[in-house]
Design a protein around this ligand. Structure first.
Ligand code: FPP
Length: 247
């Protein structure tokens, strides 16, 4: 049994799933085999997060830059995503998992988008965990689409520039319905954000593991959560202020 403290779990866990290609290369396999194994890790980690009791889980499944990969790889990723959605729907429904998607979704192939929308619709009443898939997502794209919509509203006269503060801006991001992430996990050892959540990660704790995504499992997830629970989150305050509650 793990030693996690229920009250100190992250409310929102975000994961950059990296290393599928390297996992395959090390085994002299096709990169697509790495993504297939990566999809198995997605299944395990969603299941484990739900059991542990994490309310919001977001997975960076496809970035806006990933469209530039070889067409065969993009196609394989889209097919994996579609198959994942169809095969996991019963489990999502059984376990109270609500699916959301964030990103420039109109770029997705029509059949994938319709499966996605159907899954979102069917799981919309679930309340135990919100699983968000970041698809065709870029942090800069997200900020730009928010700015565009804010400017349109200002031009139309439904919003005044003085009203634009952090809270309002957050409501224009694709992540409007999600709290900011408390913990970001990145697999495969890379120490970068790779145009994932830029605005949303302002105070997020970051955990990087050398483990490649297809090898990432429940035990590794628990390690990351234990590490998170040992940290002191100060949000710009002093350690003393946090301890005494004097602010
Ligand atoms: C990074 O590995 C991973 C991706 C670009 C895609 C993530 C997709 C999955 C985990 C599988 C499908 C998703 C779902 C939701 C079923 P990489 O190819 O960049 O690895 P590398 O850096 O070692 O080349």
């Amino acid at each position: 049994m793990h030693r996690l403290i229920k009250e100190k779990l992250p409310r929102h866990l975000a994961i950059i799933m990296d290393g599928n290609g390297r996992w395959a290369e090390r085994r002299s396999l096709d990169r697509i085999a790495g993504h297939q194994q990566g999809a198995e890790s997605v299944r395990d980690i969603v299941r484990a997060s739900r059991r542990i009791g994490i309310p919001y889980l977001t997975l960076f499944a496809f970035s806006s830059e990933n469209w530039n990969r070889p067409p065969g790889e993009v196609e394989a990723l889209m097919l994996l995503l579609k198959n994942y959605l169809s095969s996991e729907l019963p489990e999502m429904l059984d376990n109270g998992i609500r699916l959301l998607a964030i990103g420039d979704l109109n770029r997705l192939p029509k059949d994938v988008l319709s499966t996605l929308n159907e899954t979102i619709k069917q799981t919309s009443q679930a309340t135990a965990m919100t699983l968000s898939l970041a698809l065709s997502y870029g942090g800069r794209d997200d900020i730009l689409q928010a700015i565009r919509r804010i400017m349109i509203n200002c031009r139309e006269g439904t919003l005044a520039p003085e009203e634009v503060d952090e809270k309002l801006f957050s409501k224009y991001l694709w992540t409007a319905s999600l709290p900011d992430p408390d913990l970001l996990i990145r697999t495969s050892g890379e120490m970068r954000i790779s145009n994932f959540f830029l605005w949303q990660l302002a105070y997020t704790e970051i955990y990087v593991t050398p483990t490649l995504w297809p090898d990432f499992n429940r035990e590794e997830l628990i390690q990351a959560l234990l590490s998170y629970q040992e940290r002191e989150r100060r949000f710009g305050l002093t350690s003393e202020q946090i301890k005494t509650g004097d602010r």
